[in-house]
Design a protein around this ligand. Structure first.
Ligand SMILES: Cc1cc2nc3c(=O)[nH]c(=O)nc-3n(C[C@H](O)[C@H](O)[C@H](O)COP(=O)(O)O)c2cc1C
Length: 183
């Protein structure tokens, strides 16, 4: 059975991106996958200090929740990265999280990645810059990362508005397809 790790980066509990994470998870669970979701805002994750110590030790000098989440990333088969769009990029929680993968990012190999973004904007093209920021991590820095699916969750400003958009069903179907393909 394949293991899916969902990283939910919104500070807004039950917000639009988390709703899509749960839809994705429900689809994946129904098709037989094992799913775990990490809600970053409830974790203690400090900023990368750029000290470089982890380049030789493979361990961060900060002993916070990132160590456990990194271990989950290394062992997962499929990783879902979900963020609200903040000023046309990923939010600070997601960026801080990605920066803290340095100690073990070379071990995050051959994973399937799915991306979930939510925004008030009505045009999917306007979320491409956020997607490009994700690619700077997955495509440019991780060995064998596969871009398996993207949800552009537009037209969602207030929490819950995403339920009225196509993305709500897309996320469920995408989760379900992961199970049918991989599990
Ligand atoms: C600090 C901040 C910056 C935002 N910047 C943008 C933006 O650049 N473009 C946009 O379309 N929506 C922007 N929004 C709206 C959010 O992307 C939108 O409400 C999204 O659905 C939030 O997802 P969440 O409920 O998962 O947190 C911003 C919201 C906040 C709080």
């Amino acid at each position: 059975m394949k293991h899916i790790l969902i990283i939910s980066a919104s500070p807004r509990k039950n917000g639009n991106s988390e709703i899509l994470c749960d839809r994705f998870a429900n689809g994946a669970l129904e098709s037989g996958c094992k799913v775990e979701k990490v809600f970053l805002a409830s974790k203690n994750i400090g900023y990368c200090r750029g000290c470089g110590v982890c380049n030789s030790t493979r361990q961060c000098v900060q002993r916070d929740d990132m160590e456990e989440i990194l271990a989950k990333m290394v062992s997962a088969d499929v990783i879902v990265l979900a963020t609200p769009v903040y000023f046309y990029s990923m939010d600070g929680q997601m960026k801080t999280f990605i920066d803290r993968t340095v100690p073990r990012y070379t071990e995050i190999r051959n994973k399937d990645f799915y991306f979930i973004m939510t925004a008030a904007d009505t045009e999917k093209e306007n979320l491409e810059r956020t997607m490009e920021a994700f690619r700077g991590f997955t495509e440019d820095c991780l060995d064998g990362a596969r871009e398996a699916g993207i949800i552009y969750g537009t037209r969602a400003w207030q929490a819950g508005e995403i339920r009225a958009t196509d993305a709500y069903d897309e996320a469920y179907e995408m989760g379900k397809s992961v199970g049918l393909l991989n599990c």
